[in-house]
Design a protein around this ligand. Structure first.
Ligand code: PLP
Length: 292
């Protein structure tokens, strides 16, 4: 039985109910976070809570909880779902805040309304080892999303359609192109390696500032791997020696086929090999409680 947190209560998932008038359901009026926890320890929690605050500010919704209370709830959900997981106790926590439900369906914000807070966790499997040894396929698509992609909004219909187009083409991800530049992917950030230098687009309103992305750049900095945050043209993408996508659940995943063509020599590249070792070491340190 999976336990969830909903508006102050811990419940079995099948007993958790939200009003059909909830603005998350009617308008997609809400934001969310996905946070991995290794060995029961939340990965980069302060970064995720900071991004949550930015997302809430972006949709003009007051944070219903303090950081301290968020941590208590997330830890409690992880603890209650502990027996569902393998010995490693790796889980992924999903949290969602919507503007709540009102008696009337009206686009503008209701006067008095209480936010809906929902949290659940699921076992987090290691990324498929075949994907790590062979890499995955990706396709490029036009970025059809709105102009505030830095907000982690639950309104994900464009991302859903883009990802499905990738799936229809037997690809793991869709890399999104806007005005000739690579922005990010449908549910991950994008890196390319060119002449040994790790490149990723700079943060801005058009992309989600990934927590995994930031860690990859921090690890590059700490270990003197050359990198730059810079615009990446579609042309540079197509000439890349390596392409990676990053996210909380994909970690750092090599893309070895792009639009049906081989990337580099068709195998996960040497810079990725270095980065994934650093990333794994960091993850183990979180598990052991020596890193957050
Ligand atoms: C559109 C998009 N970009 C990037 C990411 C990666 O973010 P993170 O590393 O924080 O998981 C995600 C994660 O879901 C995403 O949905």
């Amino acid at each position: 039985m999976t336990t969830v947190y909903l508006n102050g209560n811990y419940l079995a998932m099948e007993d958790a109910c939200v009003s059909v008038m909830d603005r998350g359901f009617l308008f997609g009026d809400g934001v969310y976070e996905v946070i991995p926890a290794y060995g029961g320890r939340l990965f980069r929690l302060s970064h995720h809570l900071h991004r949550l605050q930015n997302s809430l500010d972006g949709i003009r919704l007051t944070n219903p909880l303090s950081d301290c209370t968020w941590q208590e709830i997330l830890d409690e959900v992880l603890q209650r779902n502990r027996e569902q997981t393998s010995a490693s106790n790796d889980q992924s926590v999903y949290l969602q805040v919507t503007r709540g439900s009102a008696a009337k369906r009206d686009h503008s914000f209701p006067d008095r309304i209480t936010a809906t807070v929902f949290v659940f966790s699921t076992p987090l499997a290691e990324p498929d080892p075949v994907d790590k040894t062979q890499g995955v396929a990706a396709i490029t698509l036009d970025d059809i999303r709105w102009q505030h992609c830095a907000i982690k909004a639950i309104t994900l219909l464009p991302n859903v359609l883009l990802r499905q187009q990738a799936a229809d083409n037997n690809a793991a991800e869709a890399l999104l192109i806007r005005d000739g530049l690579v922005i990010e992917a449908s549910a991950s950030n994008v890196f390319v390696v060119r002449d040994g230098i790790i490149l990723t687009p700079p943060k801005g309103e058009q992309m989600l500032p990934g927590i995994t992305r930031d860690l990859v750049l921090e690890l590059a900095e700490q270990h003197a791997l050359p990198y730059a945050e810079t615009d990446i043209s579609e042309n540079t993408l197509r000439q890349a020696d390596e392409v990676w996508v990053t996210s909380s659940t994909k970690e750092v995943l090599p893309v070895t086929r792009l639009d049906g063509k081989v990337v580099g020599d068709g195998l996960p590249g040497p810079v990725w090999q270095s980065m994934i070792q650093l990333f794994r070491r960091y993850k183990e340190a979180v598990r052991n409680g020596t890193e957050k």
